[in-house]
Write a protein that binds this ligand. Structure first.
Ligand SMILES: [Zn+2]
Length: 135
C-alpha cells in the first residue's frame, strides 16, 4: 500500500501518521487473515507486542480498524474495515471468512423499524460449520 494512501487514511480519521501506525495499518490492509496482536508481532517482531497493542487500540478507537471477538478463542482479532463486509466464522476451526455479497437490507430495515434510528453502520458476525463436519 502506498505510504501517501496510508497517511491519508490515518489523517482523515484524526490520527498522526506515526511510523508504527503506518506499518501496522499497512499490515492489516495487506493481510486478510484477521490477525491477533500476537500474529502481527510474529511478522513484525521489530515492534514490541505492547506497542502493537497500543497502536491497534488507537486504530480501533478511530474507527479505521474493527475488533472481531469470535468468542471461540478468547482473542481479539483485528480487521481493516475500509469496505463494510460481514464475517462468517467457522465454529469448528475459528476461521474468519470475509463476505460482502449477501443482502442485509431486510436486517437493516428491521433494525431501523425496531429502534426508530437511521442506521449508520453495522457489523455482522455469522457462525457456521462445514456441512461435511456436522454431527
Ligand atoms: Zn474482515
Amino acid at each position: 500500500m502506498a505510504e501517501h494512501e496510508l497517511r491519508d487514511i490515518l489523517q482523515s480519521h484524526g490520527l498522526k501518521a506515526t511510523s508504527h501506525r503506518l506499518t501496522i495499518l499497512d499490515y492489516l490492509m495487506t493481510h486478510e487473515t484477521h490477525p491477533t496482536a500476537e500474529m502481527i508481532h510474529a511478522d513484525l517482531s521489530a515492534i514490541s507486542l505492547a506497542t502493537i497493542y497500543n497502536t491497534l487500540e488507537k486504530l480501533v478507537a478511530s474507527g479505521i480498524v474493527i475488533v472481531i471477538d469470535t468468542q471461540r478463542d478468547d482473542k481479539r482479532h483485528y480487521d481493516f474495515y475500509g469496505e463494510p463486509h460481514y464475517h462468517i466464522i467457522n465454529s469448528r476451526t475459528n476461521e474468519i471468512i470475509d463476505a460482502d455479497n449477501f443482502d442485509v437490507t431486510p436486517l437493516v430495515d428491521a433494525a431501523r423499524d425496531a429502534s426508530g434510528l437511521n442506521i449508520t453502520g453495522f457489523h455482522i458476525e455469522v457462525y457456521g460449520v462445514n456441512p461435511d463436519d456436522a454431527i
